[in-house]
Design a protein around this ligand. Sequence first.
Ligand SMILES: Cc1ncc(COP(=O)(O)O)c(C=O)c1O
Length: 392
Amino acid sequence: MGFQLSHEVERLKRSVLRELLGLAVDPDIISLAGGLPANENMPVEQFRSCLNAVLDRDGAKAMQYSPQYAPLRNWIAEYMTKMGVACEGEQIFITNGAQQGLAILSRLLLDPGDPAVVEEITFTGIHQITLGRGAALRAIPTDHSTGADMQALEAAFRQDPRPRFAVLIPDFHNPLGVSLSKEKRARAAALAEEYGVAVIEDDPYSALRFSGDRSPPIKAFDNAGNVFYVGSFSKMLAPSIRLGWIVAAQEMLPAITVIRESFDLESSTLTQRAVMEFFDRDLFEPYIANLNALNLERSSALMGALEEHLSDVATWTRPEGGLFSWVSLHNGVDTWDMFEAALDQKVAYIPGAAFAVNGGHRNTMRLNFSNATPAMIREAIARLTSVIQATE
Ligand SMILES: Cc1ncc(COP(=O)(O)O)c(C=O)c1O
């Protein structure tokens, strides 16, 4: 064709996750691969009613270009304040989901070639806003019970030149399922201040807690305005809502707004209003309670099945919420090599290496428990066990 593509396109790898999800379309496959909330819990009727009410009430205003919807910004500010992040509506910037929040912050803070800190095993969308934008990565390990390693974070911050930011997933890490301890959250905020480095807190999952005690966000410990919090309605309401938010120091909002407008003018005012209507009708609390009860049941089914079948050859994380557990095999089996055999046996997962920024970790896999019934989960683990045994 004679024209050249940008360096960014060359660096971006199509998400392995999305490719694998495409493979697992056979209806006989039990997929523990995706990160999908349960279909049967989607608030379809409630949301339809909210949309209709907004259209009846606001008419054309709900279909027009519009500033970010102030009642929703204020709701989010109150929600964050209850979590320990005292803030005003003016500090909330509504995005089209957490991924857009991450992309905006990457553009705000990083030029190609700059150093950035990521967890060595992390969500592929974070690979895209760092590696994909030409960042020089400094990867830090993540402990499977207390989260990202703060000594390694400090070492990465101390290195010259200073990194432009670090991205951490504090709650129910994707893919590890682990949460950052409260002490480490405080430490991350303190390090951000001490070294003058921004921390991006990527938190789509904290509302999905089904057991244990919650810790305040990293942002709750941020006195210097160095922590950018990224939230999302994708997992706490529904992915297709495509709304999320950034909490930042108010003086950052003009720059954030300009960057966002460079690739997307605004979020749907219709959707923002319908989500606010959902909250005004007090539908959120019962909805999230049901969702978490369902996820607890499913996570328990997964934990029980892993215990029954794989305790001799594997260890795994025991999440207190979110959507995933991370399984490490200790019998030399490579989960990439095993993947086709698993599909033949009608079971799918994500090979853990897909999340590793420096390669390796080929003995690991991410299992999702939210989008299959307990019976399906038990069957999936039985199938997976036979594939693992055949591969050994
Ligand atoms: C850790 C993490 N961050 C961000 C996202 C993107 O979420 P959203 O649908 O809000 O863009 C996901 C989605 O799975 C995720 O797991």
